[in-house]
Design a binder for this molecule. Structure first.
Ligand SMILES: [Zn+2]
Length: 533
């Protein structure tokens, strides 16, 4: 029997009852507070900090984040020249036949349109593919366009766009997966061995943020062997659920295949595959999100990937096959389609099945009252709820006046939705505390904008903590053994260096994670774990 006793700090059990001053963990399970402590118990002195249920990331892409480490960091590059210089250095150092990297900040160029010729200056002899920070857009060089045979005669694929020069030839920016895959399908896939290293790095990083579980929010079949290999090698520092992507062009024949993949994954330790992911639409910044009314700056309502009826049927089929459903929905038309799909499986939701609407950037006010009757989780990315460059330069000009309200966390919760948080890493950083700060303040790390952006959508700190812990446990159907520290719960824990409830909200992001435990076993340590009483 392994006994660990935590004391010397504030222990948040569940956000409802009072804090505890001691937590006893026996063989990875929270025990009653008066459980006898044997002489050989491990004692952890919290040193005035705070212990709470480990954070859970309801929507992230650790494999994409890990793969980014094989190339240069580009996110902080403030100009095209800077990116080109870093790619040039990379090409000199690498003998890979294709250079596939990212992600870059698309706001540094007007409208986010990047030109193949700029990259040709760095690398002309082999293909280069760079992902934009949204992973819905890619910038490629001329060698990549040629390798894929893309020219003025190539039509846009269904559900994707090839941005073009006036003469019709491809410019070098590809929008949405079907267009990006025209190029990437010609490239060699990354090896399982390289992916295992990427996953080990990425899940260590998540554990360092206090995270014990993550919803991997977009898994392609060809990535599954890498996940299984990493799990078998004991290299995953967080528990992971994979969401297999439903493909509108392969559906419904795809479903039996997804079931076979899931059955194989579910045999692995710390790894499950309980979820199917739908990209209902794209993103606002490149006008692929699906809106009820036209974009302010273009005569289009966007690019829905699924027709509404098709989506309702596909979600019902996934539900009947035993899958939970995770729906990427950004525009108000996509969010409405997602809620329609939830209504289609209402009885199943009542019986405990899970449907999650991720992002929910624009919600039509008429759809909010519908949430009261549905057990639906809205997985928000709290770091997005502020006026950063993406919001001011790319998002708000697309939406136009009268439609600015976004990431309506408070409204959705008040209307009856459950809330969970996800980082969408590597789109944004996996720092949970930065997300909690923004959810509570609607400000960035520098306190901008003053007074908070759309401040009536702020959450209380307790609501935000619940969204990052119990809300994600609900999203996964794990709420009976994860997400609180009541006796009998699994000891997934995070130790912070201070009680963030006593700090000013603007300083929540300054707190440090000192330790993370998954199932009672330490997965991250910033200071020596044990002190003697
Ligand atoms: Zn995502």
């Amino acid at each position: 029997m392994t006994v660990v006793v935590f004391h010397g700090g504030a222990i948040r059990i569940d956000g409802v009852g009072p804090d505890a001053d001691r937590l006893v963990v026996v063989d990875g399970i929270v025990a009653a507070a008066d459980h006898p402590v044997p002489a050989d118990a491990e004692i952890v002195d919290l040193a005035g900090g705070m212990l709470l249920p480990a954070f859970r990331d309801g929507h992230a892409h650790p494999l994409l984040a890990g793969r980014e480490t094989s190339g240069p960091a580009l996110r902080d590059a403030a100009s095209v020249d800077e990116i080109v210089a870093r790619v040039r250095d990379w090409a000199v150092a690498s003998d890979e036949p294709w250079l596939i990297g990212g992600s870059y900040d698309a706001t540094i160029v007007d409208g986010g349109v990047f030109d193949a010729r700029w990259l040709d200056e760095a690398v002309a002899d082999r293909p280069v593919v760079l992902h934009a920070w949204d992973y819905h857009t890619a910038w490629v060089n001329t060698a990549a366009l040629e390798a894929a045979g893309l020219d003025a005669d190539t039509p846009d694929p269904a559900l994707g766009r090839i941005l073009r020069r006036p003469d019709g030839s491809p410019r070098g920016t590809l929008v949405e997966r079907p267009a990006i895959d025209l190029v990437l399908n010609r490239a060699p896939r990354s090896s399982v061995a390289a992916d295992v290293e990427a996953l080990a790095w990425a899940t260590d990083r998540l554990a360092a943020e206090g995270i014990s579980w993550v919803q991997e929010a977009w898994t392609e079949e060809h990535d599954v062997p890498s996940w299984i290999a990493a799990a078998r090698a004991g290299r995953l520092a967080v528990d992971v659920d994979l969401a297999l992507r439903a493909d509108p062009t392969l559906w419904p024949e795809q479903l039996p295949h997804l079931r076979r993949i899931a059955r194989a994954v579910n045999l692995e330790p710390g790894l499950t595959c309980r979820t199917v992911k739908f990209f209902v639409d794209g993103i606002l910044e490149n006008r692929t999100a699906h809106l009820l009314e036209c974009y302010h700056d273009a005569q289009t309502r966007g690019l829905p990937n699924w027709q509404p009826d098709q989506l309702v049927d596909a979600v019902a089929a996934c539900d009947a096959a035993g899958f939970d459903v995770h729906l990427h929905a950004i525009g108000d038309a996509a969010v409405r389609a997602a809620i329609d799909a939830a209504e289609g499986i209402r009885e199943s939701l009542r019986a405990g099945r899970r449907l999650t609407i991720a992002h929910a950037q624009v919600i039509d006010p008429a759809d909010l009252p519908r949430l009261a009757e549905l057990d639906v989780t809205f997985c928000f990315q709290p770091q997005w709820a502020t006026t950063d460059a993406v919001m001011t330069d790319l998002t708000l000009p697309r939406l136009g006046p009268g439609r600015e309200r976004q990431y309506r966390m408070h409204s959705a919760q008040k209307a009856g939705a459950r809330l969970s948080f996800g980082s969408d890493w590597p789109v944004t950083s996996p720092e949970v505390l930065a997300g909690i700060r923004t959810a509570v303040t609607r400000q960035d790390a520098d306190g901008v904008p003053s007074g908070g952006w759309q401040p009536d959508e702020r959450l209380t700190l307790d609501e935000a903590l619940d969204a990052a812990t119990l809300g994600v446990a609900h999203q996964a159907g794990d709420q009976d053994d994860r997400g609180t520290l009541r006796p009998g719960m699994v000891a997934d824990l995070v130790w912070l260096d201070r009680d963030i409830r006593r700090a000013p909200a603007s300083r929540i992001g300054d707190a440090r994670v000192l330790g993370t435990w998954r199932r009672g076993i330490r997965t991250f340590s910033a200071v020596p774990a044990t002190a003697v009483l």
